[in-house]
Design a protein. Sequence first.
Length: 207
Amino acid sequence: MAASPESGIVYLIDDEISVRDGLSLLLGSAGFAVTSFASGAEFLAADLDPNPACVLLDLRMPGVDGLAVQAALSKRGSNLPVVFLTAHGKVPEAVEAVQHGALGFLEKPNFDHEALIELIRVGLCRHRQALTEEARKAERLQRIARLTEREREVALHAAAGRANKVIAADLGISERTVEIHRSRAMKKLELRSVADLVRLEADLASV
């Protein structure tokens, strides 16, 4: 199986070159593209590929360790899945990593290769879904940006289930004006039903 970004990228971060070489060979044979880093700082400074990816991260490294890398990704709002792999695993550290969203925690050198590959596949699937949802949200926000402020206000009230008469009273405008703004908003948002508008309520409120 040829490794490619489309099949998934594994960002491998380990300070031991022998580990990086061995895991790159293993993961490459499973069909993943592998980009390796010798330190957490090197990884955090890198420009990452936009394709679905998963981070395979050593816990104990000089300088920026694995938990610090995980914390930095979280602070950036990253949705990259993380799998920890270490020769120095301790239960409290494993619990902390998982509590902060790590997919799993495996100890080298005697870890189950198939278990690692399956964890990475799960991570890639989750990241692919997250990227898809990000793209869909960006598209929704682009449509919302087409609205005038008044159209957005009317749409937000309508999404909350308020009748045109109630919206008119709340905004101090005529019911006919509400109908016009509501119709224009639905057209710009490319929506066909109130149910579609209701699903957009959170995005309308976030703008």
